[in-house]
Ligand binder design. Structure first.
Ligand SMILES: C[S@@+](CC[C@H](N)C(=O)[O-])C[C@H]1O[C@@H](n2cnc3c(N)ncnc32)[C@H](O)[C@@H]1O
Length: 290
């Protein structure tokens, strides 16, 4: 991929988040939340997974780097930097940073920059978190993204990265279940469909002519190892093993949905590596020795 292509992809991603992804569709809810399962039946599981990400960061420090912060859209995200002096929010979308500033004001420092070329000196952040962002980097830049997070991390500290795997084995194995559940749901849906309601039952967000997503390049665990294994000591654990598609199709309040998710969460805690590798979303911990 040429440098021009890479630059074009970044501009496209930036424009998507400025114009669409970070447009508020209702109080505190952004268009980007259409990629999440916001139903009450899944909320406890999702809440616990958000909390889980923070448990691998140093609890206190001077600077926490949030690389690709977006608007700090979920309340749990605020907890990561609660006991830091400053949360340094980096994003290529100025709209994201305006929104982030609405949430944390003077506890934040806001920098429009590319996560694969961070404008900071090395070894300065007591904690680094990057959620659902590195997969937006052009393929040729993703290694730089990881190396940059590692470079700016202080010795003895950890960085937490969450991205999705491509073709996660667990989701592949249960694809039949998702298909059957989706088919049954569609058949049972006799009610007249509100034109503003999508098939998953959510209110449609934004103009239907607008693009609903942007460039994403995900990897397998093997590719990640090739990319950063020689350079950075890292550990894979589970952030969340099931996809939003799986949640929406299979998890329902009348079918013991909450209980199933409690059991799943327990399993993820007992077998974090297994669920991290086969599940949908790994939590990748970069460790810098002291
Ligand atoms: C899916 S959103 C995730 C936001 C937030 N971390 C969260 O979990 O809600 C991805 C964010 O990464 C930002 N982003 C994408 N590519 C970037 C890059 N090369 N440098 C900095 N930020 C980038 C986007 O503007 C967007 O705000």
């Amino acid at each position: 991929m040429s440098a021009n292509n890479a630059q074009e992809i970044k501009q496209q991603v930036q424009s998507f988040y400025n114009r669409i992804g970070w447009q508020e569709v209702s109080e505190g809810v952004y268009q980007n939340a259409r990629f999440e399962d916001l139903r009450p039946v899944s909320s406890e599981y999702i809440h616990r997974c958000h909390i889980r990400a923070g448990t691998f960061l140093a609890k206190t420090g001077h600077y926490l780097l949030d690389a690709g912060s977006g608007p700090i859209q979920y309340p749990e995200y605020l907890l990561y930097s609660e006991d830091y002096d400053y949360r340094v929010c980096v994003d290529i979308s100025p709209v994201a940073l305006f929104e982030a500033r609405r949430r944390i004001g003077t506890n934040g420092l806001y920098v429009v920059a590319d996560v694969s070329a961070l404008p900071f000196t090395g070894n300065i952040f007591d904690g680094v978190i990057s959620l659902h962002t590195l997969h937006h980097l052009p393929e040729s830049n993703q290694q730089d993204g990881y190396l940059e997070l590692w470079r700016v991390l202080a010795p003895g500290k950890q960085a937490v990265v969450v991205n999705g795997w491509t073709d996660a084995p667990l989701m592949r194995r249960y694809d039949w279940l998702v298909r059957i559940a989706t088919c049954l749901m569609n058949r049972m849906r006799h009610r007249k469909v509100d034109p503003n309601t999508t098939h998953s039952g959510e209110k449609s967000m934004g103009n239907p002519k607008e693009p609903v997503s942007t460039y994403v390049q995900k990897f397998t665990p093997e590719r990640l190892k090739q990319m950063i294994g020689e350079h950075i000591p890292y550990e894979i654990r589970c952030w969340r093993s099931v996809s939003v598609r799986f949640l929406r199709a299979v998890i329902h309040p009348k079918l013991a949905g909450r209980l199933i998710l409690r059991l799943l969460y327990r399993l993820e805690e007992v077998f974090p590596y297994y669920f991290g590798v086969v599940g949908q979303y790994p939590l990748i911990i970069l460790k810098k020795s002291g």
